[in-house]
Design a protein around this ligand. Structure first.
Ligand SMILES: Cc1cc2nc3c(=O)[nH]c(=O)nc-3n(C[C@H](O)[C@H](O)[C@H](O)COP(=O)(O)OP(=O)(O)OC[C@H]3O[C@@H](n4cnc5c(N)ncnc54)[C@H](O)[C@@H]3O)c2cc1C
Length: 344
């Protein structure tokens, strides 16, 4: 009987992330599709009991854990040793986890140690007639491929937004602690802390329902012949504060900030979306003052409801990139939207 190993790491508050819970949905479905397979949960972190309890009723036959101070933070050597030990204990055919920088960095190395293989950035995993396959996008989300692999164990990291998170009341999980032999050298790297990007405000919220995209138009001269950067800043921050939307920026806008021109002070290169930026997967997207050219609109296919506000009725959004285009002044529209949000 094949084992599907669901792999997760805890967050700083000892819980599992939304992406990790989405991967559990996929792991449960895959186990059911494989018919005679067995689901095992493996969690690593400082203390894994809270996380294990939160998914105690997921139907896993076993809960494995690696915990302790050495595993509380992301570090290649200790993470690799922990995952290797978990896999040697569970002997899985498939290892499924949610994509995270922590796992994406370490999985290919662990797969190599175990003679297996790893695919990151998968968006679907399924079994048909006993054969497991994944779906992945290539060429900056323009080509979709279905892939199978012969090597086992096969590590698959699923992108967030690919499944619904598996959330229940949980219960009490009996976690079997897996020992990990850590050589002295694996503790050479010490994590001193986390540094936030230089923006004044935290504006990137991967789990938000709405992606709000600001384009370079916010910094351009308006009908009165003047640019209104301060107004743009307060309108956008007001909207983000009220909706808790995630902020994306077009390449033009984030590049202007790189050249030291007057721009939105909270916008950094980390906000850039599109071909050479991030490819977020929020349920809804609203683009403002952004032209909607192809490189910038790459990835919008993953957004289910797409709207845009632009003065130009012939902008890219009007050519099939948005479901609804408001041909209007975004300053006016967003002020009105903020006023309506204030009332509601
Ligand atoms: C190889 C390559 C890769 C690239 N990768 C990316 C990428 O990853 N991401 C990306 O974003 N770009 C990328 N670009 C650049 C991209 O093609 C565009 O040049 C850029 O994104 C345009 O930004 P923009 O629409 O914000 O600005 P602009 O093209 O300057 O458009 C501003 C828009 O604002 C509108 N506007 C102005 N005032 C108002 C108002 N008051 N109300 C409403 N609308 C208003 C205007 O009508 C205009 O449409 C790439 C380009 C290349 C060649």
């Amino acid at each position: 009987m094949d084992t599907v190993l669901y792999l997760a790491h805890t967050q700083s508050d000892e819980t599992l992330s939304k992406g990790a819970l989405e991967a559990l949905t996929a792991a449960k479905e895959l186990t059911a599709q494989l018919g005679s397979a067995n689901l095992v949960v493996a969690i690593l972190g400082g203390d894994v009991q809270t996380a294990a309890d939160s998914v105690a009723d997921c139907g896993a036959s076993k809960f494995l854990g690696v915990s302790g101070e050495a595993f509380a933070q992301s570090r290649y050597a200790t993470d690799a040793a922990a995952i290797e030990a978990l896999c040697r204990t569970a002997q899985p055919a498939i290892v499924l986890c949610g994509s995270s920088s922590r796992f994406n960095r370490v999985l290919p190395g662990v797969a190599s140690r175990l003679g297996g293989c790893a695919d990151l950035h998968a968006t679907e995993v399924k079994a048909d007639g006993g054969s497991t396959s994944i779906t992945r996008w290539y060429y900056r989300q323009r080509i979709r491929a279905a892939q199978v692999r012969d090597k086992r164990p096969w590590f698959v990291a699923l992108e967030t937004g690919s499944d619904a998170p598996w959330i229940t009341a949980g219960g009490k999980a009996a976690v079997e602690s897996v020992p990990v032999a850590l050589p002295e050298s694996s503790l050479r790297t010490t994590v001193e802390g986390l540094q936030k990007p230089p923006g004044q405000t935290q504006t990137i919220r991967p789990d938000a329902d709405l992606l709000y995209v600001a384009g370079a138009g916010w910094t351009k001269k308006q009908a009165d012949g003047e640019a209104h950067i301060q107004d743009a800043e307060s309108i956008i921050l007001d909207f983000l504060g009220k909706t808790q939307a995630s902020l994306g920026g077009s390449k033009s806008l984030v590049d202007i900030s790189g050249t030291g021109q007057a721009v939105l002070s909270f916008m950094t290169h980390l906000n850039q979306i599109g071909q050479t930026g991030a490819i977020p997967r929020h349920p809804k997207g609203l683009s403002t003052c952004c032209h909607g050219e192809e490189p910038h609109a790459v990835g919008w296919r993953f957004i289910h409801e797409r709207r845009a506000i632009n003065l130009d009725a012939n902008c890219g959004w009007a050519h099939g990139k948005a479901d609804v285009l408001y041909v209007a002044d975004a300053f006016e529209v967003m002020r009105k939207v903020n006023a309506l949000l204030e009332k509601s």
